[in-house]
Write a protein that binds this ligand. Structure first.
Ligand SMILES: Nc1ncnc2c1ncn2[C@@H]1O[C@H](COP(=O)(O)OP(=O)(O)O)[C@@H](O)[C@H]1O
Ligand SMILES: [Mg+2]
Length: 226
């Protein structure tokens, strides 16, 4: 699915004025490609993902998925788009301490009212895809940081999304584990034809991106287009 942000401006309340987090941002991301978003802390990277994820409506500009403008949709309609088409792997999307890895994923099926046996099969397939078959029955406290990160990525794929939005997936990992997570996201993007937008602070990750967008003070510029 093609994601298009068209002249998006987003502000937040800031005392008695507004803080501009995204300032006339445009971006297009195509299926099977990985778009990396880089920039200093506070520059608007997570805000950009939240707008793309339909979690926040912009003040101005449009968000289009395969050319469909999301603005006229109601909250419940955008929730449906999220549930069915968008994989969200944000720093705030923590694992639940009491659930095993496989159950973190099956919970998504449960919340969507889906078939639990089918959900469990899909969960085990995804855990296999991220290299965690042997950890399926482990709880977060029994997993390493890299393994937990891979569980959150697998969970983000449970709904078979076409758009995958990932916010700094390697921030808590050492270099080697971070590279492994990045390789995994790159492979999933190519193999499943995902439209992936990945926020990262690690410039080593840019080599595996198809597009690199830098954002500074809410304004974007294209760094590379390979
Ligand atoms: N919910 C919010 N309310 C008010 N200001 C916010 C909120 N979220 C982010 N901001 C502000 O918007 C700007 C961009 O934040 P963010 O998108 O989180 O940047 P980044 O992810 O690049 O660090 C920052 O100045 C931040 O303080
Ligand atoms: Mg952020």
């Amino acid at each position: 699915m093609t994601l298009h942000l068209d002249h998006v401006t987003l502000t937040y309340p800031d005392g008695d004025r507004r803080l501009t987090a995204l300032d006339d941002v445009s971006l297009t991301a195509e299926p099977g490609t990985l778009t990396a978003v880089v920039g200093p802390s506070g520059s608007g990277k997570s805000s950009l993902l939240a707008v793309a994820a339909t979690l926040i409506r912009p003040d101005a500009g449009r968000v289009l998925l395969d050319g469909r403008d999301l603005a006229p949709l109601s909250r419940s309609e955008t929730a449906k788009v999220r549930r069915e088409q968008i994989g969200i792997v944000f720093q705030s999307s923590n694992l639940l301490a009491s659930l095993t890895a496989v159950d973190q994923l099956v919970l998504i099926t449960h919340l969507a009212g889906g078939d639990l046996a089918a959900g469990r099969r899909r969960a085990l397939d995804l855990l296999a895809a991220v290299g965690l078959v042997a950890q399926a029955d482990k709880r977060p406290s029994e997993l390493s940081g890299g393994q937990r990160q891979r569980v959150t990525i697998a969970r983000g794929l449970m709904n078979e999304p076409s758009l995958l939005l990932v916010d700094e997936p390697t921030s808590a990992l050492d270099r080697e584990r971070g590279e492994a997570v990045l390789r995994l996201i790159r492979e999933l993007t190519t193999d499943r034809g995902l439209t992936t937008v990945l926020v990262t602070h690690d410039h080593d990750h840019l080599a595996s991106a198809d597009e690199v967008v830098e954002i500074v003070d809410g304004r974007t510029r294209q760094l590379a287009n390979r």
